[in-house]
Ligand binder design. Structure first.
Ligand code: NAP
Ligand code: ZN
Length: 353
């Protein structure tokens, strides 16, 4: 066991503060990683503030962070896929049971015994729960470690480990590609990755945003059209025309307005995870026999596939790199949708405080 520098919160309203957390000594199949960059996902904020209390209560102290890029500093003697010095990534999962039908189908994110990167019971007993990437190091089973394409900028690659796979997986399953009209709702961390990935898949991409200031950015990021979702005329102009819509919104909003934009047999997938239940009109689904689905990150093999896809297409996140000392300020801005489009923490800053 070693102690690692980290930032944690002690309760839903407390600010982040520097701390020290235990990291296990690598077992035979573990990879020890020096963390270089960690993205800030809105899920980190939901968890730090215990906004998902009814589904996944937060255990404090809490160290979030599941968009991790780093360098291998040690490997267990059974590790085959990685060596010291490799550049690697870790996303939202650090373990699963490896025996259930979902794991057998490379769907570790559906395993009933999956272990999340933070706020999951820690089977290794290093701490009561797992601690995430707002830290100088992490130790992870090699089966949950990803390879990072060499051509990608590391600070901007970290967000692919959650925002990238969370949008890639449903877009691929939604058969998004040439000839398809695809909507991306909410131009935040997930949404802006959704735009880049759907465009690279060849679709006609329409962004829905509540923020007029993001209109030009949406086009620069690859959108073919932008709709201000608070403008009913702009919304109505698209009624019944979408094959597929990906909803990346972090707060309460009217999803019926988007179901109305689907063509018959069209599908809307929720990846956003607002604190409160959403209201759904049955009629918005019945007419046109539309589908409403959800999606949670992706399996490990698919995450590697997404990273390789992003390497081939030169896709990374648009990031604002911050020192970890600016974490509380960054959370304040993230809560107000004031980030273009992902904060990425430069973990070198942790050495100084
Ligand atoms: P984010 O960067 O904060 O982006 C959320 C976007 O939603 C905002 O930029 C904003 O876009 C829009 N929005 C915010 N408040 C709104 C409101 N009241 N009404 C309408 N639109 C609003 O968050 P993120 O990191 O992309 O995460 C988005 C959601 O996905 C979070 O709930 C997160 O927990 C969840 N998530 C789910 C998974 C999964 O596996 N399913 C994985 C990661 C994250 P505009 O300014 O363009 O309107
Ligand atoms: Zn996330």
């Amino acid at each position: 066991m070693t102690q690692a520098k980290a930032y944690s919160v002690d309760n839903p309203t407390a600010p982040f503060k520097p701390t020290s957390i235990p990291r296990r000594t690598p077992t035979d199949r573990d990879v020890q990683i020096e963390i270089l960059f960690c993205g800030i996902c809105h899920s980190d904020l939901h968890t730090a503030r215990d906004e998902w209390h009814d589904v996944m209560p937060t255990v404090y102290p809490c160290v979030p962070g599941h968009e991790i890029v780093g360098r291998v500093t040690a490997v267990g003697k059974g590790v085959k896929s990685f060596k010291v010095g490799d550049t690697v990534g870790v996303g939202c999962l650090v373990d699963s049971d490896h025996t259930c039908p979902n794991c057998m189908a490379n769907l570790e994110q559906c395993c009933p015994n999956m272990v999340l990167t933070y706020n999951s019971p820690d089977a290794h007993g290093a701490a009561p729960v797992t601690y995430g990437g707002y830290s100088e190091s992490i130790v992870v089973d090699e089966r949950f470690v990803l390879s990072i394409p060499e051509n990608l900028d590391l600070a901007a690659t970290a967000p692919l480990l959650c925002a990238g796979i969370t949008t890639y997986s449903p877009l691929k399953r939604g058969d998004v590609g040439p000839g398809k009209k695809v909507g991306i709702v909410g131009l935040g961390g997930l949404g802006h990755m959704g735009v880049k990935i759907a465009k690279a898949m060849g679709a006609h991409v329409v962004v829905f945003t509540t923020s007029p200031s993001k209109k030009e950015d949406a086009l620069r990021l690859g959108a073919d059209e932008v709709v201000l979702s608070k403008n009913p005329d702009e919304m109505n102009a698209h009624a019944g025309t979408f094959n597929y819509i990906l909803d990346c919104v972090s707060a309460d909003h009217d999803i019926n307005a988007y179901l109305n934009l689907l063509m018959h047999d069209g599908e809307l997938t929720l990846v956003g995870a607002p604190e409160k239940p959403l209201q759904i009109s049955a009629f918005a689904l019945l007419f046109g026999r539309k589908k409403l689905s959800g999606s949670l990150i992706g399996g490990i093999a698919e995450t590697q596939e997404m990273l390789d896809f992003c390497g081939e297409h030169n896709i990374t996140a648009d990031v604002e790199v911050i020192p970890i000392q600016k974490l509380n300020e960054a959370y304040g801005r993230l809560a107000k949708s004031d980030v273009k489009y992902r904060f990425s923490i430069d973990m070198a800053s942790l050495k100084s405080g």
